[in-house]
Design a binder for this molecule. Structure first.
Ligand code: ZN
Ligand code: ZN
Length: 342
């Protein structure tokens, strides 16, 4: 099969073609696995982190890609629930041990044996991949292959952060940062909590205008104080200032959910402004989001089809994966980038 393969880590600024088109043997499904013929694979910021070594794959070479939509081509001997030809999606969570307390409690995203698609095992920048059938998802019919692919990452993780915010309908929600993930969370929140007011904090005036367009009742800059206190706030920024500023806007007992794999160090000093009575006292909570569970992906796909959320998509062919990655790193084009494989 054709695959775009990462052989060594590098900086994309110095190396604009980190992935090499390579002929690999077709993968063979294990007894609980399905062989998926890939139709489309989304291009995610996490791939930049893998290539540049911020989330390095444990071994190389590896095929990247964790927003995979394809069709079941073959099934292992113990596969019971999947039909040949059926359309499925594969997300960041590739597998987990199935036996630890996290797995048994539905939080397999926290399993010590968590494996990530396209980092710990080969992913979807290829014509085929294999996955356990119980880690593949039905894709609602309203989405085309390329529309469904980008929903499998930012959307599912956004959904998890909204779940962790533990909101009740009518309670105020805040969003700090309003990029790809933030705007999906706003759409989900408006649907799931129709009586809740959403307040958005974003540095760019364009993002604030977009937030109001999508139904936020208020949009301001990071340091601005909203007219009401907030029961939950979801932070999707790479910085610390929004965290400190958000904490002061939480009501008593409120929860801040940090939806970021890592925070950059540039403004870490801002944390010294943390003032216990203002930012933390009165039982305020901080919770981070790590990976996704299968429930998040499944429930999000259903919710996305109900709302419906239709992502804006920019298509590339598989061989243009490097181009898509460089564009993702250097240019702020609206819309999710997706590789069309067949
Ligand atoms: Zn991703
Ligand atoms: Zn486990």
């Amino acid at each position: 099969m054709k695959a775009m393969v990462l052989n060594e880590l590098c900086s994309l600024e110095e190396h604009e073609t980190p992935l090499k088109l390579t002929e690999l043997p077709d993968p063979v499904p294990g007894e609980n696995q399905i062989l998926v013929k890939v139709c489309a694979c989304g291009v995610c910021h996490t791939e930049l982190d893998e290539i540049e070594g911020r989330t390095p794959p444990p071994s190389l070479p590896v095929v990247l890609g964790h927003q995979v939509v394809g069709r079941v081509e073959e099934a292992g001997s113990k596969v019971r629930g999947s039909q040949i030809g059926e359309r499925v999606g594969i997300a960041w969570i590739y597998s987990s041990c199935g036996e630890c307390k996290f797995c048994l409690g539905g939080n397999e995203n926290l399993c010590a044996d968590f494996k990530a698609t396209g980092r710990d095992v080969n992913g979807g920048y290829a014509e085929y991949m294999t996955v356990r059938e119980d880690f593949a998802y039905r894709i609602p019919a309203i989405f085309s292959d390329v529309e469904a692919a980008p929903l499998l990452c930012a959307g599912a993780i956004g959904y998890r952060s909204l779940r962790l915010a533990d909101l009740e309908d009518g309670q105020n929600l805040g969003l700090t940062g309003f990029g790809a993930s933030g705007h999906l969370v706003l759409m989900m929140a408006r649907h799931r909590y129709p009586n809740s007011k959403v307040f958005v904090f974003a540095r760019s005036a364009n993002q604030r205008a977009f937030a109001l367009e999508l139904g936020a009742v208020w949009a301001g800059d990071t340091e601005e104080e909203p007219p009401e206190k907030l029961a939950g706030i979801i932070d999707t920024t790479p910085a610390w200032k929004p965290v400190v500023e958000a904490l002061k806007n939480l009501e008593s007992g409120g929860r801040l959910v940090i939806n970021a794999i890592r925070k950059e160090g540039a403004d870490r000093e801002y944390l010294l402004r943390l003032d216990y009575p203002v930012h933390l006292w009165m039982e305020k909570e901080i919770k981070s989001v790590a990976n996704v569970s299968r429930r998040d992906v499944q429930e999000f796909l259903e919710l996305a089809s109900e709302i419906p959320i239709r992502p804006e998509v920019q298509e590339f062919v598989l061989e243009q994966a490097n181009e898509a990655l460089v564009e993702l790193k250097t240019r702020k084009v609206r819309g999710a980038k997706v590789l069309r494989v067949v």
